[in-house]
Ligand binder design. Structure first.
Ligand code: S3P
Length: 170
């Protein structure tokens, strides 16, 4: 079985994904890490040197590559992965269990204030404008995220409670 974690930047997809994979004793793949390894370049540097369109093409290519693997795994996507090209239909057609880790924009803003400079899409946004930006961005992305097979509200949970809530899906 493949379990795919979906959600906005700062949703803890990688941290929770790793913990879930350990709990279920299956492998863990972080799509951003996979892209960086295959491209021999970090995601922020891909954005900087080659631009977002190049990144989105590679993201789609490597998503397909990972989905074709036979092994059971937890796969954490980038925040934008479900929202481009044919990615969400492919995710659904793969038969994977997809889980949207849903947070309110205020929570995401708090979580991202400290780390926004490492995120190519947020680095240029002023702190004062961050919540408004996230609110609009999330509104645009929500129709894609909402196609996940499960939607879990995560606001206010400790990391351990988040994992326990995630495990109730299975
Ligand atoms: C992106 C999210 C990032 C990364 C890239 C673009 C997005 O992943 O894929 O910077 O479009 O939301 P995380 O969600 O892991 O930060």
């Amino acid at each position: 079985m493949k379990i795919i974690l979906i959600g906005y930047m700062g949703s803890g997809k990688s941290t929770l994904g790793r913990a879930l994979a350990t709990a279920k004793n299956i492998s863990f793949v972080d799509l951003d890490v996979y892209i960086a390894e295959r491209e021999k370049c970090s995601v922020p540097d891909i954005f900087k040197n080659k631009g977002e369109i190049y990144f989105r093409k590679k993201e789609a290519l490597y998503l397909q590559e990972v989905l074709q693997k036979e092994e059971d795994m937890v796969l954490s996507l980038g925040g934008g992965t479900p929202c481009f090209g044919n990615n969400m239909p492919l995710i659904k057609a793969s038969g994977a269990v997809s889980i949207y880790l849903k947070y309110q924009p205020q929570t995401l803003t708090q979580r991202l204030l400290q780390e926004k400079d490492h995120r190519p899409l947020l680095a240029e946004i002023k702190e004062i404008d961050l919540e408004e930006f996230i609110r609009k961005h999330l509104f645009d992305r929500n129709p894609y995220y909402a196609q996940a097979t499960h939607i879990i509200a995560m606001d206010g949970l400790t990391p351990d409670q988040s994992l326990q809530k995630l495990l109730t899906v299975f």
